[in-house]
Design a protein around this ligand. Structure first.
Ligand code: DGT
Ligand code: CA
Ligand code: CA
Ligand code: ZN
Length: 579
């Protein structure tokens, strides 16, 4: 386990102890220990190897032993036992925004609630609002938190769903009875979250295919099994549907089960307007149901779209948002591809809350084949992330300059910062230092609950700051975990365009922020974006893949994406912005 993971467990132990009403000194010891590790500037393994764990302020002998155990084995019996001793319902309450160990203990002690259901009832009956320290607002917030949690639990992050789906698709493709196999549904459409997995297979022998699909390791329940459709529930909570069709039906079935429903409805209307009926089986005459001449040769989605006088519509655009009309004109955009990226911005190093060094990040970027890499550690207001003050920023700028001059790596490193937007919209570092940087990302990391107008004005003020180059994670949302803060997206986009500021597409699979639904309009207004992984480790650089998928879903082509530009154009752009 790395120091961040260990710190997270210590902090959770603190919360669990709070929940149990343990001794405040004990609780504080774990919280302090977590904080100490979060802000540790060295590698945890080194500190342990050199026996210096005890020297860290806030880490006593007992805690040091636990940290060593976690770091070495990834496990800690004390933690496992503690977790098991707390009712599951109370642990679930920790997912509700605004509820921590202390508050949950009060709810449990005063109202006897031990499950989300009983907590919901207590909220509805006004019991929570009546508790000291709670009130009507916080009861409402708890209610919406419970509701969101339910909605969240029904869906899965695209990134995770993809990891589950990939081996299934590969497994299907190697079966001798399988002629073709594809993903379908929301996963194929690159939706940010996925309800269930869908697979479509062409085969003349469905039985062995269905057997393989339902008898795989990882299947915990078979909810349906037939010759054309089977459904299973998998151990990780995901469900998966498999359709097996004849090779002649494959293109129609793939198109149908890719969806979306809205896109399908519009395609059917288009068919109907020609007296035809389009379904997952094929194209027939609306009146007599007889298969239509020419339709039997359709063996691909390209051919299917062509039959209806449309250019191929990439799956990610099939949301019923005007893609059919644009395909009719043959003017769908040439969507950005991951190979188009020549680098990326907004990445963290161990100087703030990342786990890798500057050199490790530069090497990893070089291995990605990138011409440039922008670093952007946190600024000092993000103290929990060990944000940099002015002095440390200057040190980092010098370290980056030295690295570039050493010629050690072919990747050019840009010095940046992820500067906190303070509550009033001002920036967290002084102007002299901001001007020394190659670029500045500005982000909101605190005071999420400001009213919509205030938050909008706060962000616009930061956009108008002359040093600002990019706006980080527009809404602060965490998919399936936390709603974004309230703001007027349209106004923020307008301000960004007016000031030549780039709104990033944060590619972290938990964020994918700004949402894909806003990009098409933003680009029509002349907006430029940058697909930024917000990497906190070298592995996270790979998040750009998720970002590109969402960019495609937002109709973006390479020219609207800053980090597809050449190193020279990027340097010129950043130079010009500085003047
Ligand atoms: P999900 O699973 O909620 O993330 O979203 P999808 O789009 O994967 O939905 P799913 O799995 O229920 O169905 C897969 C596709 O099958 C869907 O995108 C379109 C098609 N489909 C399903 N039900 C209907 C329907 O009632 N009408 C039409 N036109 N298409 C449907
Ligand atoms: Ca689905
Ligand atoms: Ca499905
Ligand atoms: Zn951030």
């Amino acid at each position: 386990m790395n120091k961040k993971e260990v710190a997270a467990i210590l902090s959770e132990i603190g919360t669990l102890l709070e929940l149990k009403g343990e001794n405040p000194f004990k609780i504080r010891a774990y919280q302090n220990g977590a904080r100490a590790l979060e802000t540790l500037t060295e590698k945890l393994e080194d500190v342990i190897a050199e026996g210096r764990l005890n020297d860290i302020k806030g880490v006593g002998v007992a805690l040091a032993k636990k940290i060593e155990e976690l770091s070495g084995t990834g496990k800690l019996k004390f933690y496992t036992d503690l977790r098991a001793s707390v009712p599951e319902g109370l642990i679930q309450m920790l997912d509700i925004p605004g509820l921590g160990g202390k508050k949950i203990k009060v709810l449990h002690d005063k109202l006897g609630v031990e499950s989300l259901k009983s907590l919901e009832e207590a909220c509805l009956e006004g019991e929570v609002a009546a508790l000291p320290g709670f009130g009507v607002k916080s009861a409402e917030k708890i209610l919406s938190g419970i509701k969101n949690r339910e909605i969240y639990s029904r869906r899965h992050l695209w990134w995770k769903a993809q990891q589950v789906a990939e081996p299934i698709l590969e497994g299907l493709r190697v079966l001798s009875e399988v002629i073709r196999a594809e993903h379908a549904g929301s996963l194929r459409r690159n939706r940010e979250t996925v309800g269930d997995l869908d697979f479509v297979v062409a085969s003349d022998e469905p039985s062995p295919v269905m057997d393989w699909f339902t008898e795989r390791k990882g299947v915990v329940e078979i909810t349906a099994k037939g010759q054309t459709k089977s459904s299973v529930r998998l151990e990780n909570g995901l469900q998966a549907d498999l359709r097996v069709v004849s090779p002649a039906q494959f293109a129609f079935a793939l198109h149908h089960f890719t969806g979306s429903k809205e896109h399908n409805v519009q395609m059917r209307q288009r068919a109907l307007s020609r007296g035809l009926s389009l379904s997952e089986w094929g194209i027939s005459n609306e009146n007599d149901g007889v298969s239509v001449e020419g339709s039997e040769t359709i063996d691909s989605e390209e051919a299917l779209f062509h039959f209806f006088d449309l250019t191929f519509i990439p799956p990610e655009l099939r949301e019923g948002l005007g893609e059919i009309e644009v395909a009719e004109n043959g003017s769908l955009p040439d969507l950005v591809r991951v190979e188009d990226l020549k680098g990326c911005f907004h990445n963290h190093t161990e100087a703030s809350d990342g786990v890798n060094t500057l050199e490790e990040m530069a090497l990893a970027a070089q291995e990605m084949g990138w011409d440039y890499l922008g670093l952007a550690d946190h600024s000092k207001a993000s103290f929990q992330a060990n944000g940099l003050n002015e002095e440390r920023v200057i040190q980092q700028i010098e370290a980056i300059r030295a690295l570039n001059e050493s010629g050690k790596y072919t990747t050019r490193v840009f010095s940046g910062i992820e500067c906190d937007i303070l509550t009033d919209g001002s920036l967290d570092l002084n102007n002299d230092v901001l001007e020394e940087l190659d670029y500045v990302v500005v982000s909101v990391h605190a005071s999420f609950t400001q009213p919509r107008d205030k938050m909008t004005a706060r962000i616009i003020k930061a956009i108008e700051h002359p040093s600002t180059t990019m706006l980080g994670h527009l809404t602060g949302r965490l998919l399936l975990a936390r709603e974004g803060y309230e703001l007027n997206v349209e106004k923020v986009v307008d301000a960004a365009v007016a000031n030549g500021v780039i709104i990033e597409l944060n590619a972290n699979p938990h964020r994918l922020d700004m949402d894909w639904r806003h990009w098409r309009r933003a680009v029509e207004k002349g907006h430029l974006t940058s697909i930024n992984p917000d990497a906190h480790s070298i592995e996270h650089l790979g998040f750009v893949d998720a970002g590109v998928r969402i960019a495609r879903k937002g109709w973006l082509s390479a020219e609207s994406v800053f980090n597809t530009w050449t190193l020279k154009s990027v340097e010129e752009f950043l130079e010009k912005r500085k003047k």
